[in-house]
Design a binder for this molecule. Structure first.
Ligand code: HEM
Length: 402
């Protein structure tokens, strides 16, 4: 791809918080595979049709390896830091990647997730009790949307409750846009050191949690997993499952409050909850450009030749608003009944925590709107502090009242 024939700059901004950037619609219709310039000036291909996005994500001709020079980076600084460390399994290709998936899949099945539901419900109940003791307006991100996934991941990894404040604080520093590079680095170091100590503790006194199982079944007895990779996997689960779920909770609440007919339909019939969560995942597609890939060989996608070594960004939000697959994609319709969205990705890297995320979202939305039926946003929704700069689309703050 010649640099002088580059197209427009990527990423493009959302004009409306509930819609993918308007440009996606034009590209999908006129130039479904198009060239863009990444923030560091390097070229990449954008893919906008649902069919093509799935083809790229399912194809072994594309790699997730960050070390590959052609890998497109929305945040080149983070890529530089990440390249200095051993990659988490989300950035490995099969067969190395398959080892981690096989090891972790039993922890994230629908069945296993069901056993976590009661714990999630008590986390959500406790946070709403605390919320109701405060006088509104309160920030729903700080008081609810962020702590839900944080406390759930603590339970999953077996972090003792007495350490959850430390854990949550470090996670907050890592995820905050206000944090400096040094603070993020220090947060990572502190968490990694903490998780390493946790592994040590679990080896001596195992509990009924993921860290204990990985340590006692895959680290010590067989040696198939090294300690560094175990800690890196725990870190990945922590970071991948945190801000994603938090943004989905706060944006999902905002979207429902902005569509009172849909919220009323849901409140009248909570059996619609799973469908409503699927539709919100599609409609908001917050992880739009999280998957990035690089071609390992020349490959034709939608009639366009992508050469070996070229970077590709399959746009999840563009795919999830493809009118060939979703009628009136711009309408939030909790009765839609079409689950073909790619909000969790597709192919071998498809989100391992998706059943857990769905459960967290179901419990969060249903409990919040049942226990606080008069919940309102304390500011016009177009004046809220949306996160346009991160890898995920979301809200920094959501002032609410009731
Ligand atoms: C992968 C989205 C929640 C753990 C992914 C990918 C997407 C995604 C799009 C694919 C990345 C790629 O193809 O390169 C989301 C969304 C979530 C969510 C929208 C919330 C609504 C979670 C949770 C966890 C989790 C709760 C775990 C506790 C992971 C991991 C991967 C992943 C470990 C890498 C999987 C692999 O490479 O095999 N997620 N995720 N995610 N997600 Fe999630």
């Amino acid at each position: 791809m010649a640099e002088d024939t580059l197209g427009q700059d990527f990423p493009m901004q959302r004009q409306c918080p509930f819609e993918p950037p308007k440009e996606y619609e034009r590209l999908r219709a006129e130039q479904p595979i198009s060239r863009v310039r990444m923030p560091d000036g390097t070229p990449a291909w954008l893919v906008t049709l649902h069919e093509d996005v799935r083809t790229v994500l399912a194809s072994p001709a594309f790699s997730s390896d960050l070390a590959h020079p052609g890998m497109p980076a929305v945040n080149p600084e983070i890529r530089t830091i990440a390249r200095q460390q051993r990659p988490p399994f989300s950035r490995m290709d099969p067969p190395e990647h398959s080892f981690f998936r096989r090891m972790l899949i039993p922890e994230f099945t629908v069945k296993r997730t069901k056993t976590l539901r009661a714990g999630i419900q008590s986390v959500v109940d406790g946070l709403i009790d605390d919320l109701l003791r405060k006088s509104p307006p309160v920030d729903l991100v700080d008081e609810f949307a962020l702590p839900v996934p944080s406390l759930v991941i603590c339970q999953l990894l077996g972090v003792p409750y007495s350490r959850h404040e430390f854990f949550q604080q470090q996670a907050r520093v890592i995820l905050s846009r206000q944090s400096t590079r040094e603070q993020v680095g220090a947060g990572f170091t502190a968490l990694r050191a903490y998780l390493d100590t946790l592994v040590e503790e679990k080896l001596h006194t195992p509990g009924d949690d993921l860290t204990s199982r990985l340590a006692t079944e895959h680290l010590e007895p067989t040696g198939e997993l090294c300690r560094q990779d175990l800690v890196a996997s725990c870190m990945l689960l922590l970071t991948a499952g945190h801000e994603t779920t938090s943004h989905m909770i706060s944006l999902g609440v905002t979207a429902l409050l902005e569509h009172p007919d849909q919220l009323a339909a849901l409140q009248n019939d909570l059996t619609l909850l799973p469908e409503a969560v699927e539709e919100l995942l599609r409609y908001l597609s917050i992880a739009d450009y999280v998957p990035s890939r690089v071609a390992l060989e020349d490959v034709v996608i939608g009639g366009t030749v992508i050469r070996a070594g070229e970077g590709v960004v399959p746009l999840l939000a563009a795919a999830d608003w493809d009118p060939k697959v979703f009628d009136n994609p711009g309408t939030l319709d909790i009765h839609r009944g079409n689950r073909r969205h790619v909000a969790f990705g597709y192919g071998v890297h498809q989100c391992i925590g998706q059943h857990l995320a769905r459960t967290e979202l179901e419990v969060a939305f249903s409990t919040l709107f049942t226990r606080i039926p008069t919940l309102q946003i304390a500011a016009p929704s177009d004046e809220l502090d949306y996160d346009h700069d991160g890898m995920l689309f979301g809200l920094h703050e959501l002032p609410v009242t009731w």
